[in-house]
Design a binder for this molecule. Structure first.
Ligand code: SAH
Length: 348
């Protein structure tokens, strides 16, 4: 059986079994994470016998790249990975005009949350990803960007999945990518996005007080939230908001509230005031996401809210001192919203 090279404990254990000095691990680490060498034969800083031990016992990747597509404007690269079990998962690199580069990763194959507007639920929940499978997505992007003479600095856990259902893998992957000797990403540049499984807040707050949190809110009241997000039945807004208040009290960090704008569903102008009242006095930033249409919503005929309405929402929020932005959609030509590419692939 072969293990992932990202499994530090296992690498050290096998070095020991083979009577190889433990200080060698630092050289391996340096070659892989600082120089992005992905062929054991090319790690020139370690002896040949050690390279053979690595080759025999470890692999670099369990994910293979099925498709890699860059949008016409060069800003977005979508990578469709295939797991060892022939499942598809997606990751997206977004190169913003400000030179900020963000990677969006997936943590589950599919998602059980069944939000009506999201393509991922169509896949169902197939399984949780292992920590290595999340780490590999980040490593792949970091290596690709390194070859473009740029650097990966931001990671958002916003791909296919609900992070708190696979919390242990998410935790392990964050600890790994922020490790100085590994990919050395800053905790505050990592954002975990959730539609919220309330009991996990305390654990997340304790484990990652520096990591950013985004909440898929999408409605200022339970009636509308229920109708588009079944999870709201289990954890209604009062519980959600209470747990978020506790989070802010403990971390003093601003929460990002995502609000998808769907024409005629959650964009009635009176909801802007409701949203303002809900978030007034809170450390909040609202990010409006124009609905990204995808084929196969079936019985639902959704379309995106016109921009002028979103701007009206923004002006109303200003009355409540709530800051907001409109998410720039940069990926229309490559099916980059949640689950879209993986769905197409499954259909094929
Ligand atoms: N389950 C997590 C993370 C995955 S979804 C969560 O709910 O936060 C990441 C974000 O993309 C969520 O805010 C989600 O609501 C949004 N999203 C999903 N499908 C979309 C679509 N078709 N158009 C626009 N945003 C979408």
């Amino acid at each position: 059986m072969k293990y992932s090279i990202h499994n530090e404990e296992k690498v050290k254990e096998i070095l020991k079994e083979n009577k190889l000095p433990p200080f060698r691990y630092a050289q391996i680490e340096n070659a892989i994470y600082k120089n992005f060498i992905t062929d054991f034969d090319e790690i020139g800083t370690i002896p040949k016998v050690m390279r053979e031990v690595l080759k025999e016992n470890f692999f670099y990747e369990s994910l293979s790249v099925d498709t890699i597509k860059t949008s016409a404007n060069g800003q977005t690269t979508k990578i469709l990975f295939k797991t060892k079990k022939d499942e598809f998962i997606e990751a997206v690199i977004m190169r913003h005009q400000t030179w900020r580069i963000t990677l969006c990763v997936s943590c589950q194959v599919g998602c059980p949350m069944a939000c009506s507007f999201c393509a991922t639920w169509k896949l169902g929940l197939l399984r949780n990803l292992d920590p290595d499978e999340i780490i590999e997505q980040v490593y792949f992007a970091a290596k690709l960007l390194n070859s473009e003479w740029t650097q990966l600095r931001n990671v958002v856990y916003m791909g296919m999945w609900e992070p708190f259902i696979n919390y242990d893998s998410v935790k392990e992957s964050i600890l790994f990518i922020t490790n100085q000797k590994k990919l050395n990403l800053a905790n505050r540049r990592i954002t975990v996005s959730t539609c919220w499984i309330v009991p996990w807040i305390r654990r997340f707050t304790e484990d990652f007080p520096q990591t950013s949190l985004a909440i898929s809110l999408h409605a200022p009241n339970d009636e509308i939230r229920w109708s588009i997000m079944p999870v709201d039945h289990t954890y209604p807004l009062v519980d959600l908001m209470k747990s978020l208040d506790d989070y802010v009290a403990a971390t003093n960090k601003r929460i990002f509230y995502e609000y998808i704008m769907i024409n005629g569903v959650n964009d009635h102008i009176k909801l802007a005031d409701e949203l303002g009242k809900l978030l007034e006095w809170k450390l909040a930033h609202v990010n409006f996401i124009p609905y990204n249409p995808w084929e196969g919503t079936g019985w639902i005929d959704y379309s995106a809210t016109p921009r002028f309405v979103i701007e009206k929402f923004q002006r109303i929020l200003e009355k409540y001192w709530v800051v907001s932005t409109i998410r720039h959609t940069m990926w229309d030509d490559i099916d980059a919203a949640c689950g879209q590419l993986a769905n197409k692939k499954e259909e094929e």
